[in-house]
Design a protein around this ligand. Structure first.
Ligand SMILES: C[S@@+](CC[C@H](N)C(=O)[O-])C[C@H]1O[C@@H](n2cnc3c(N)ncnc32)[C@H](O)[C@@H]1O
Ligand code: SF4
Length: 381
């Protein structure tokens, strides 16, 4: 690499609105105050300008419109945001530009408009191909609409991924296998399979607390996870991260860069970032969560952080392990030879067959992937 070429940077843009709040979701998503959309976009543009001053000239490797439901955005909003980024940093022809899309708000004409605006990757929140499970998950779409959206997306965009959720109460393994088979038949190049997590402050959390239903137990979830890996990898998908599978050349660049500890900035309500400033400090940034507060705050001061802190080298090391162990490549071995406690824990997990030496990097084995949280606790804390 040319020593004078600018450092790589990813950009995350948060769209905070959804048509309806799903009962399992604790993302920063809202259903009110959509009249703020126009001023929200103006705030995002100001936020990007401000953060450019912090990070300086950069090579933009990826841009990710996440949410909330960014497919509710007008294509014109996307165009204005990309135009601003291009003017400040310059977008390359190979910059990955993803939008998260929900089948309810993704029509054929919208997909074409998004593509014209610059989107080259789409991640669709399908969740299930079974109507009864979609109903349980409180989704507004049915399986037929999900099929139609995927087909339409694949007609216009080569790089289409979709999200599926497993581990629903009393879900049958055969139904989940059928979901995976459907996903594979579409010829998609990327797939995210998430285990249902019961998050605090969600309706599902209250339901479970009131014993309306029981979440799937850990052992059965592990069977679902193993089965997912077997089916998907048998169809030449690479299991490149705990919940993510891709065909060769189709890893999600954006998430990969973040797991590999590359700099990124986050713009929009609740977005966070982590980057080196031009005076060589590592900044962690976190924006105001409420769209109205974000808009209000960006106006007068032209920046949106309610918190930005610098990381110590110890915190940076912890973050690198937390992120890096998620991916197949793993982390450089020297990160785990930092002190005696970590070295001993590493040895123990290698003997237990949970970690292995992947050509100079330490990575999770298939067995280890089921125990990432406890491995991290022992390595780090
Ligand atoms: C921001 S949402 C995706 C975009 C869009 N809002 C949608 O839901 O279709 C990102 C993904 O996270 C997953 N997700 C959200 N909450 C989850 C939970 N509690 N457990 C497992 N997966 C979850 C879903 O698969 C969802 O598609
Ligand atoms: S899962 Fe997606 S659509 Fe549902 S509330 Fe969360 S962000 Fe919105």
């Amino acid at each position: 690499m040319n020593p004078h070429s600018p450092l790589d940077l990813s950009i995350y843009v948060h769209w905070p609105w959804c048509l309806k709040k799903c009962p399992y979701c604790d993302f920063n998503s809202h259903t009110t105050n959509r009249h703020l959309e126009e001023s929200y976009i103006e705030s995002i543009l100001a936020d990007i300008e401000h953060q450019k001053k912090l990070v300086g000239d950069r090579n933009i490797t990826s841009i990710f419109f996440g949410g909330g439901t960014p497919s509710l955005m007008k294509a014109d909003y996307i165009e204005r945001i990309l135009h601003k980024i291009d003017g400040l940093f310059s977008i390359q022809s190979d910059t990955e530009i993803t939008i998260e899309a929900n089948p309810t708000s993704t029509t054929a004409s919208k997909i074409k408009d998004f593509k014209r605006a610059g989107i080259n990757r789409m991640s669709i929140g399908v969740q299930s191909f079974h109507d009864s499970y979609l109903k349980f998950l409180g989704r507004e779409h049915n399986a037929k609409q999900a099929f139609a959206t995927i087909e339409e997306a694949l007609n216009h965009i080569d790089n289409v991924s979709f999200d599926l959720i497993y581990g629903l109460p009393e879900q049958k393994l055969t139904n989940w296998q059928a979901d995976l088979e459907h996903a594979i038949k579409f010829g998609t190049k990327h797939l995210s399979a998430y285990q249902l997590t019961i998050e605090k402050n969600t309706k599902f959390y209250t339901d479970v607390k009131r014993q309306k239903w029981q979440p799937m137990c850990d052992d059965v979830q592990a069977d679902f996870y193993d089965c997912t890996r077997e089916i998907v990898t048998a169809h030449n998908f690479n299991h490149y991260e705990i919940s993510n599978f891709s065909k060769a050349g189709y890893d999600c660049v954006h998430n990969h860069k973040i797991w590999q500890y590359q700099d990124y900035i986050g713009v929009g309500a609740g977005a966070h970032g982590r980057h080196q400033t031009i005076d060589n400090q590592t900044y962690l940034t976190q924006n105001y969560r409420m769209p109205s507060t974000y808009v209000e705050h960006v106006k007068p001061v032209k920046h949106s952080f309610y918190r930005h802190e610098t990381l110590t080298s110890h915190e940076t090391w912890q973050e690198m392990l937390i992120m890096g162990l998620r991916i197949q490549k793993g982390v450089p071995i020297h990160l785990l030879e930092r002190n005696n406690t970590t070295k001993q824990a590493l040895l123990r997990f290698m003997q237990l067959g949970m970690l292995y030496n992947n050509r100079g990097n330490i990575a999770l084995t298939d067995h280890g992937k089921l125990h990432l949280d406890s491995i991290l606790t022992d390595l780090i804390f």
